[in-house]
Design a protein around this ligand. Structure first.
Ligand code: BMA
Length: 299
């Protein structure tokens, strides 16, 4: 197997940084894949939480150092109709400057299957659903770019097994669905790939973290770089992975051998990669933007 140059993300010492809370039924079993926005010196976290019924809702927690979080006792988003009766899953949040609001992308799960939805907020606590990316197909892992490119909003999505792109002028009509990043044979990401947190804008291009897994269903994270003006062009992709399951809480939980990231906010040149550990807890690992770029180009 092609393993590349190894891992550059460094785990913080206090991991896991968020664990299930037995005091609240809705978050008593698993807390995992989360969105994190860095805004006005605070890290705002939106995390997927499950109680014994395994129906997911979204909790909120806030931190000044990105490691120690205080949580609200109630979810900020909970299932409420036939689209999401079985759960609201895997939130990612992007601040979209052109629209002057935060946009959350999440997977709604119900008897009709999964549906990738958008919701909007201006205060980070009250969220209003604004519609699906697409309906009646197996599509998830959608993540919005932080600004319009050539007049259009751009989102990642996943039509298995690839990461795709789609474009829209208004958030309602999404068109030009196309494949972008595909699994690589003989590699750690040979089976399926999906987007991570929102793309990071740099002078060299959009720097993106993604997950991939192999025939043994081991989830790892890698990175790629897209052209700033034309995100359909891949400029580089890491051969190796940024991190793989090693710690006990990454190896064992609800689903074994999973590191799954949905947030990579940047503060003071440092990338904070938040990830679900074995679908049970939340972990944090960091590196600098320069290290991530170097790894993407050469690692
Ligand atoms: C994916 C999603 C994630 C989950 C991951 C690993 O398909 O469903 O919510 O963390 O699998 O189990």
């Amino acid at each position: 197997m092609l393993r590349g140059r190894g891992m550059i993300l460094k785990r913080v010492l206090d991991n896991p940084i968020l664990e299930p809370n037995p005091a609240n039924e809705w978050e008593s079993l698993n807390v995992f894949n989360c969105a994190v926005v860095y805004e006005n010196d605070l890290f705002h976290m939106f995390y997927r939480a499950q109680g014994e019924d395994r129906v997911s809702s979204i909790g909120y927690a806030v931190s000044s150092d990105g490691i120690h979080f205080n949580r609200l006792q109630q979810p900020v988003l909970a299932p409420y109709d036939e689209w999401d009766s079985l759960g609201i899953e895997d939130p990612r949040v992007t601040y979209v400057a052109d629209a002057r609001r935060f946009i959350m992308t999440y997977t709604a799960y119900s008897l009709r299957g999964i549906t990738p939805f958008f919701a909007e907020s201006q205060n980070l606590i009250t969220w209003k659903r604004i519609g699906p990316l697409v309906i009646d197909e197996d599509n998830k892992d959608h993540v919005l770019f932080p600004r319009r490119i050539k007049g259009r909003y751009v989102t990642f999505h996943r039509r298995a097994p690839d990461i795709g792109l789609a474009f829209s002028a208004d958030f309602e009509n999404w068109t030009d669905f196309q494949s972008l990043v595909t699994p690589r044979s003989e590699s750690w990401d040979c089976k399926r790939v999906g987007a991570g947190g929102p793309p990071i804008e740099t002078k060299q291009g959009w720097l993106c973290i993604y997950h991939g897994y192999d025939d043994d269903n081991i989830y790892r994270l890698g990175s790629f770089l897209l052209d700033l003006d034309d995100p359909r062009r891949i400029l580089a992709r890491s051969k190796g992975f940024l991190i793989e399951p090693v710690e006990a809480w990454e190896l064992k939980g609800e689903v074994p051998n999973v590191v799954f990231s949905t947030a990579n906010p940047v503060a003071d040149g440092k990338v904070y990669v938040y990830y679900g550990g074995a679908d049970r807890v939340i972990g944090l690992a960091t590196c600098t933007i320069d290290e991530l770029m170097d790894f993407t180009l050469h690692g």
